[in-house]
Ligand binder design. Structure first.
Ligand SMILES: Cc1cc2nc3c(=O)[nH]c(=O)nc-3n(C[C@H](O)[C@H](O)[C@H](O)COP(=O)(O)OP(=O)(O)OC[C@H]3O[C@@H](n4cnc5c(N)ncnc54)[C@H](O)[C@@H]3O)c2cc1C
Length: 556
C-alpha cells in the first residue's frame, strides 16, 4: 500500500530542504515526504496525486510566498484534499494572520520559524495532528479506476472486457455520482481531459482517455503478440473447447498458442451458473471455470494471446499460417478451430442504435449490478436466457422473460424452469416478441408484439438482454475449409460423400474424426457441424482432438 503523503511548500529552498529533512527523519517510515518551492506547482502536484488516488495526510505551507500566500494555498488545496491536516509555517510577525486563518479557514496549526529543536517545537504537534488524521483515515482504492457513464456503449464495452479478462477495477459512473464530492474532485483534477470518457486511471498515474480495450490490454500486460513465429499447435478461440485443447496439447508436449478475440471463457464465460458440469455439484460460474482453465493452461506453458483476432488462414506445404488482427502472422503444424458461435442479432427498429445503451447481447454480467431496483427484459427461451433471468432477479426489481412460444418446456432444462417458477420477481410473458425499442440516448421503452392477441404493447424498460440463438462466424476461413450452409465446419465422417474423401484430400487415410477437409486443420466445440452445444462436449472434443493432432504430427 502506498504511504500517505506529507507535502510542504516553501519558496525558500533552504527552509524547504530543512523541513523536508526533519519530516523525513521522524515520519519517513510511515509517510512519503514531498516538497515544492511554489504554491502553484504544489497545487499541480496535488491534482496529479488526486488522479492517482494517492492520499495526502498533511499540507505544511510557508505563509509568506510571492503570488500566493500560505493561507490562500491551503484554502485551494482543501478543495482537492479536504481531509488532509493543514499547517502554516510563519515568522513571528505573521502570527496574527496565522491565528485568524485558524479561525476563518480551518487551518489546524501554525509553527513559528525556526522550529528548532524539532523534538520540542515541531514533532509533538505534528504527532497530534497525524494521530488525529489516522483515526479517520480510510485507505483509498489502489487499483484501476474506470470513469464513464452507464449508457455509453464504449464504457460498457470496456467494463465488459475488463470483467471477462478478470482484471479488477473500480467503476465510477460520473453521472450517477455527479454529486459525490470525491468524484467531483477527481474530475476537477483531470481538468478538460475529464470530457474524454471513458477514462482509465492506473495506480502509477497513467491515464488513458477515450480508452479502448486493446490499449488497456497492453497496459495491464495482457499479451496480444506472439513470442515466436512458429508453434506445433495453434488454437483459435478460447472457449471451453479451445482451453481444453490447450491444456491437453501443452501437457502432452506440444508448443501451443491459443488466440482469443475477446476473453478466454467464450460463451461459457458469460454464464452466471453452470449447473451441469461434472464435478461441481453446486454449480460454478462461467467466469470461475474460465479463470481456473486459464491458470491451468498457463501453468503448462500455453501462450495465450488475448485480445487478438484471427482474420485469415492459408497453407504453405505442411505449414498452416494464421493472419492476426494486427496484420502479424504466425505459423503452425497443426491448427485447431474452436471459435464457437456468436449471438444472432435481433432485427427490430432501434436495436442497433441502442446497443450497449440498454440493449445487450448475452450475459451482460457487468450490467447486472446496475439494474438494481429496475425492470429488466430478457429475450429468449433457452437455458442461456433462463440463467440470465435467474441472475438478474438477484438485483432487479422485476425480470420479464419474453418468449415467442406458449411455454418454456420444449426449450429450457427442467431444473431451470423449476427455479424460475420459484422466483417471485421473474415473470414469464409468452407469445411475445420485441417489435421495436425506444429511447433517445438510452433504452426507455420497448414495444412487445403479442401473437395471441395480435396487439402491440409499449412498456417502460431500462435494459433488455437478448439470447435468441447463435451462429458461427467462420467467414475468415473463406473457401479453404468446408462449411455447411449456416457456416458450421464439417469434420471427419461428415466430409465423406458416397465413401469418397473430400476433394483435394491427399493423405492415404480418411479425415480423422475432428479433422476438416484440410489435413492438420481440426475443428471442435460449437463451431463444428453437428456438435452438441454444451460445455462438457466442447471440453471433451478439445481434449480428444489432441490425440488426432499427435497422429497427424507423427506423419508430417
Ligand atoms: C449464457 C450462456 C449460458 C450457458 N450455460 C450452459 C450450461 O449451463 N451448461 C452447458 O453445458 N452449456 C452452457 N452454455 C453453452 C456453452 O457455453 C457452449 O456450448 C460452450 O461455451 C461452447 O464452447 P466453445 O469453446 O465451442 O465455443 P465458445 O464458448 O463460443 O468460445 C469460442 C471463442 O472463440 C472466440 N473467437 C471467435 N472467433 C474468433 C477469431 N476469429 N479469432 C479469435 N477468437 C475468436 C470467441 O471470442 C469465443 O471466446 C451456455 C451458453 C451461454 C451463452
Amino acid at each position: 500500500m502506498p504511504k500517505p503523503i506529507l507535502l510542504s511548500v516553501d519558496d525558500d529552498s533552504n527552509v524547504l530542504r530543512a523541513i523536508e529533512r526533519d519530516l523525513r527523519s521522524q515520519y519517513g517510515a510511515k509517510y512519503r515526504v514531498m516538497g515544492s518551492d511554489s504554491p502553484e506547482s504544489a497545487l499541480d502536484i496535488l491534482k496529479q496525486l488526486k488522479v492517482r488516488n494517492d492520499t495526502v495526510a498533511l499540507l505544511l505551507a510557508d505563509q509568506r510566498m510571492p503570488r500566493m500566500d500560505g493561507v490562500h494555498f491551503l484554502q485551494e488545496a482543501m478543495g482537492i484534499y479536504p481531509d488532509a491536516k493543514r499547517a502554516l509555517l510563519t515568522a513571528y510577525a505573521d502570527t496574527n494572520a496565522a491565528i485568524s486563518a485558524i479561525n476563518d479557514v480551518g487551518i489546524n496549526y501554525f509553527f513559528l520559524k525556526p522550529w528548532d529543536p524539532p523534538a520540542e517545537r515541531l514533532y509533538p504537534q505534528l504527532d497530534d495532528m497525524l494521530d488525529d488524521w489516522q483515526a479517520s483515515y480510510r485507505p483509498a482504492y489502489e487499483g484501476i479506476r474506470v470513469l464513464g457513464t452507464r449508457w455509453s456503449p464504449r464504457s460498457y464495452e470496456l467494463r465488459d472486457f475488463l470483467a471477462r479478462n478478470h482484471v479488477p477495477y473500480q467503476w465510477i459512473d460520473v453521472e450517477l455520482t455527479a454529486n459525490d464530492p470525491e468524484t467531483k474532485r477527481t474530475l476537477d483534477s483531470l481538468g478538460p481531459e475529464a470530457q474524454n470518457l471513458p477514462i482509465v486511471l492506473f495506480p502509477d498515474g497513467t491515464r488513458l482517455l477515450e480508452s479502448l480495450p486493446a490499449q488497456v490490454a497492453q497496459k495491464v500486460g495482457l499479451r496480444t503478440r506472439a513470442q515466436t513465429s512458429f508453434y506445433d499447435l495453434a488454437i483459435v478461440g478460447g472457449g471451453p473447447a479451445g482451453l481444453a485443447a490447450a491444456v491437453y496439447g501443452a501437457t502432452e508436449g506440444l508448443h501451443t498458442v491459443m488466440i482469443e478475440r475477446q476473453a478466454p471463457g467464450g460463451q461459457a464465460g458469460m454464464s452466471s451458473r453452470i449447473e451441469n458440469y461434472l464435478g461441481f455439484p453446486t454449480g460454478l460460474s462461467g467466469a470461475d471455470l474460465a479463470r481456473r482453465a486459464v491458470y491451468q493452461a498457463q501453468r503448462f506453458g500455453v501462450e495465450i494471446l488475448a485480445p487478438q483476432e484471427v482474420t485469415g488462414v492459408r497453407t504453405e506445404g505442411p505449414y498452416r499460417i494464421l493472419k492476426l488482427g494486427d496484420s502479424s502472422e504466425i505459423s503452425c503444424h497443426a491448427l485447431l478451430i474452436a471459435t464457437g458461435v456468436q449471438w444472432r442479432r435481433l432485427d427490430a427498429p432501434g436495436i442497433d442504435r441502442l446497443q450497449g445503451a440498454g440493449v445487450y447481447y448475452g450475459g451482460g454480467a457487468t450490467e447486472a449490478f446496475s439494474c438494481k431496483g429496475e425492470i429488466v427484459y430478457v429475450v429468449g427461451g433457452a437455458n442461456s436466457a433462463g440463467q440470465a433471468a435467474m441472475n438478474f432477479a438477484k438485483y432487479a426489481d422485476r425480470v420479464v422473460l419474453l418468449v415467442r412460444s406458449d411455454s418454456l418446456s420444449s426449450t429450457m432444462s427442467k431444473y431451470l424452469i423449476d427455479q424460475i417458477q420459484q422466483t417471485p420477481n421473474i415473470q414469464l410473458w409468452t407469445h411475445a416478441s420485441v417489435a421495436e425499442v425506444h429511447g433517445e440516448s438510452h433504452l426507455e421503452e420497448i414495444s412487445v408484439r403479442c401473437s395471441d392477441t395480435n396487439k402491440i404493447e409499449r412498456v417502460p424498460a431500462t435494459a433488455i438482454f437478448i439470447f435468441i440463438g447463435a451462429l458461427p462466424q467462420t467467414g475468415w476461413l473463406r473457401d479453404l475449409v468446408q462449411r455447411d450452409e449456416r457456416g458450421f465446419i464439417l469434420t471427419g465422417p461428415d466430409l465423406m460423400r458416397n465413401a469418397q474423401r473430400p476433394e483435394g484430400w491427399t493423405p492415404d487415410r480418411d479425415p480423422f474424426l475432428l479433422e476438416t477437409n484440410v489435413p492438420g486443420i481440426f475443428a471442435v466445440g460449437d463451431v463444428r457441424h453437428g456438435s452438441v452445444k454444451r460445455v462438457a462436449s466442447g471440453v471433451g472434443e478439445g481434449s480428444v482432438a489432441v490425440q488426432f493432432i499427435h497422429k497427424y504430427l507423427s506423419k508430417v
